[in-house]
Design a protein. Structure first.
Length: 218
């Protein structure tokens, strides 16, 4: 359901069933911005990273991101050059389904390590995304879960003159936070006017003071 504070203006959310790991659940979701958005990112400091992490590191900070595509059930990690190529192909297929540029899509994957993505099933499911996109972030928040026991969604608003600035956060991960984000996924969207450099500075500082101080393992 939509949080008490509505999501930031300009963003839509959706999820579809792609049978990434097993049929019968929503397991591929998207956050879509109505127009090119500034984007920043912080990433795990694990020595071994999944293909989507490598691709996202290449694409942010950016002034023209339109979508974040996330699947659960398969991490696309330890999959070599083919895994990276699959991440690129998945972004292109999502871009075609959503009507955006391929380089404006950021991919994220979570789940089983060492297995290739079931690309045919995922690409086949992508065209349905456009029809399910809406303002409720709950389907997206639930579709990205793995070992989590509940969806994690939070929203806040801050007055700015005669308007409000809204921030929405969605996260996935139970014990996956060390070292420094590890395999946790977290997404923040806001309608605040800010460029990618400023967002990167703010996000990096905030992550150091919050997520990167947390451990549940010791």
């Amino acid at each position: 359901m939509i949080p008490a504070t509505p999501p930031p203006l300009g963003f839509r959310f959706g999820a579809v069933e792609a049978a990434v790991k097993a049929p019968g659940r929503l397991d591929m979701g998207c956050i879509l911005c109505d127009r090119p958005a500034a984007a920043a990112g912080v990433f795990t400091r694990n020595r071994v990273v999944a293909a989507p992490v490598t691709l996202c590191r290449e694409r942010v900070p950016s002034a023209a991101v339109r979508a974040v595509l996330v699947n659960a059930g398969n991490a696309n990690a330890c999959t070599g050059e083919e895994g990276f190529a699959d991440a690129v192909r998945l972004c292109a297929a999502a871009a075609d389904a959503l009507g955006v540029a391929p380089e404006a899509v950021l991919p994220c994957s979570t789940g089983v390590i060492g297995l290739p993505l079931p690309m045919q099933r995922m690409v086949t499911a992508l065209p349905a995304l456009e029809g399910v996109m809406g303002r409720d972030p709950e389907p997206f928040a639930r579709c990205i879960l793995t070992t989590d026991t509940c969806a994690k969604v939070a929203a806040r608003s801050v007055p700015r003159g005669h308007h409000e600035i809204r921030v929405l956060g969605i996260a996935k991960g139970s014990g996956m936070i060390r070292p420094d984000m590890a395999t946790m996924l977290g997404f923040l969207v806001t309608d605040a006017p800010a460029g990618p450099e400023l967002l990167q500075q703010i996000l990096g500082r905030a992550a150091e003071r919050t997520f990167n101080r947390i451990t549940v393992d010791g």
